[in-house]
Design a protein around this ligand. Structure first.
Ligand SMILES: [Zn+2]
Length: 523
């Protein structure tokens, strides 16, 4: 499209939305839709996804439909659009008949430019009839990862949207902030009748410094991470109780900390949220109930007091830090035992895609906790994006000196994988006729990625002694050394020096007592 078209569009953008220009990527997507093509846009939160369908509505003519999963999100957008003078209505289950009728009327009379609707509302006969009578110029699906079994918030109702889109016949736009390659494929298959233009905005956040640590004294670690206070931040907890306790502890230690979770009454929730926005230096200690629509630019840190549930959720949560582009930091604490449980191969039917997807996401998060390579690079790779080392994460910052640390992460990874396998084998009486539980298919990391220099002098000496022992055992048993113990297991033993025979690493070797003996006698 010509420069004049863009100039005109910018004028509209300025007059209605108050922005001087489009953010990177927005204009290309809007153009594709204008040209009648379908589009799948994967863009991180904060990169202006809603404008992709609000702008065509403002430009008109015709109606833009937005399928949206959350009533709260619809209400937020309606409020914002009312301020801009752009007529928009919504159809969802939380409105009474009068409200729904008013919405129908606004659409039928052509007054409404935007219709937000929950997927189940779109599926009703009444809504379908209404839409047939209107000129629909765009069918947008917000939070499109909900379509996919692989998305972290799969909603069965979303599955029917592809059919509705085909009936409407307008260009289809799917937008999401979190979609790995598998989720993207699923969205493409389920939502689009033809191949969409795919736009993937980079998920890199160069101002975020990621770090992970094994959870030891949780409170102490969180305190060290937060520092002396005075900065706004969020500490995510895996339970309401944990949020209450940790908020009280931090407040007792002099920080301006407040709890936030769905168990608090509405008054306390909104008072705490207001304080977070109004006061400088509030630390919100919250469950994941806190965050949807939280757009505070100067959040300087996000901590996870327990391992995050899924990699996509994790990305969204840390994404609330550093929206202003200034440096911000994150820390996730994890318990290897908990990760091992998550890693445990679930006993699910092969056709249960939702459970398999859930498992894949939990495992991806465990992999990130245990990664020995750059954290952001690993995170982006999970989203299908290639990148170089970030230079800011805990592994990158250490430079060459970080190798012992990386080696420890690697060894821990092996132990977690081993332990989860162990847990699976020890699980509720596996019947003899049943197939053995499938061990995790990918190793925690590529063992080759761990260079020789990763080991200290003492660890190398122990490794040599373990290798010698392996050779002795192999000769005695008349089997190849690799069948006695793999090289990776020996390296993990050399780094972690387990002291008890019930350590899961020993489940991976033959003659474990002999190896334990070597570890004990080598110092
Ligand atoms: Zn890095």
């Amino acid at each position: 499209m010509s420069g004049t078209a863009r100039a005109g569009a910018r004028e509209l953008l300025r007059s209605i939305f108050g922005f001087s220009d489009f953010l990177p990527g927005q204009w290309e997507i809007i153009q594709a839709l204008r040209a009648g093509r379908d589009a799948l846009a994967v863009m991180p939160t904060g990169s202006g996804k809603s404008l992709l369908y609000q702008f065509p509505a403002a430009a008109g003519p015709g109606l833009v439909i937005v399928a949206s999963p959350l009533i709260a999100l619809m209400r937020d957008q309606l409020r914002a659009l009312a301020d801009k003078g752009l007529p928009a209505v919504a159809l969802h289950s939380a409105q009474d008949d009068a409200e729904a009728l008013a919405a129908y009327d606004a659409v039928a009379s052509g007054r409404a430019r935007l219709l937000y609707a929950a997927p189940e509302r779109l599926a009703t006969e009444g809504t379908q009839n209404l839409l047939r009578k209107n000129r629909v110029t765009l069918f947008a699906v917000d939070e499109a990862h909900c379509v996919s079994h692989w998305g972290h918030e799969f909603r069965p109702d979303y599955r029917g949207l592809g059919e509705i889109a085909r009936k409407i016949g307008a260009p289809v736009l799917a937008v999401t902030a979190t979609a790995g390659p598998r989720t993207r494929d699923d969205i493409r298959r389920s939502l689009f009748a033809r191949e969409p233009d795919v736009f993937i905005h980079s998920f890199a956040r160069p101002n975020l410094a990621l770090s992970f640590a094994r959870k030891r004294a949780g409170l102490r670690q969180i305190l060290d991470f937060i520092g002396k206070g005075g900065e706004s931040g969020i500490v995510y907890c895996n339970s309401r109780r944990m949020a209450d306790v940790l908020a009280a502890d931090l407040a007792r230690l002099g920080l301006d900390a407040l709890p936030y979770h769905a168990g608090l009454d509405a008054y306390a929730r909104s008072a705490h949220q207001d304080a977070f926005f109004a006061r400088k230096g509030v630390v919100m200690v919250a469950t994941i109930a806190f965050g949807m629509g939280v757009d505070k630019p100067d959040v300087r840190f996000v901590a996870h007091a327990g391992a995050p549930g899924s990699i996509e959720g994790y990305y969204q949560e840390i994404g609330r830090a550093g929206r202003d582009g200034a440096p911000a930091r994150t820390l996730a604490l994890f318990d290897p035992r908990e990760l091992a449980l998550r890693w445990r191969t679930p006993e699910i039917a092969a056709e249960n895609e939702a459970a398999a997807g859930d498992y894949a996401r939990r495992k991806a998060m465990a992999r990130l906790c245990l990664a020995s390579a750059c954290r952001f690079q690993t995170l982006l790779a999970e989203f299908g994006e290639e990148s170089g080392p970030c230079g800011k994460c805990d592994h990158c910052r250490g430079g060459p000196l970080a190798w012992p640390r990386r080696a420890r992460a690697a060894a821990l990874g092996w132990r977690v994988a081993a332990e989860s396998r162990f847990a699976a084998f020890a699980g509720e009486g596996v019947e003899e006729t049943e197939a053995e539980p499938v061990p995790p298919s990918e190793p925690v990391l590529d063992p080759a990625a761990m260079p020789e220099t990763a080991l200290t002098v003492n660890e190398t000496r122990l490794l040599r002694a373990l290798q010698a022992e392996r050779l002795r055992i192999a000769r005695r048993l008349g089997s190849p050394p690799r069948a006695v113990a793999s090289e990776e297991t020996l390296r993990a033993l050399a780094v972690t020096r387990p002291e008890r025979l019930d350590d899961p690493l020993f489940a991976r070797v033959q003659a474990p007592a002999a190896f334990l003996n070597v570890i004990e006698s080598c110092d």
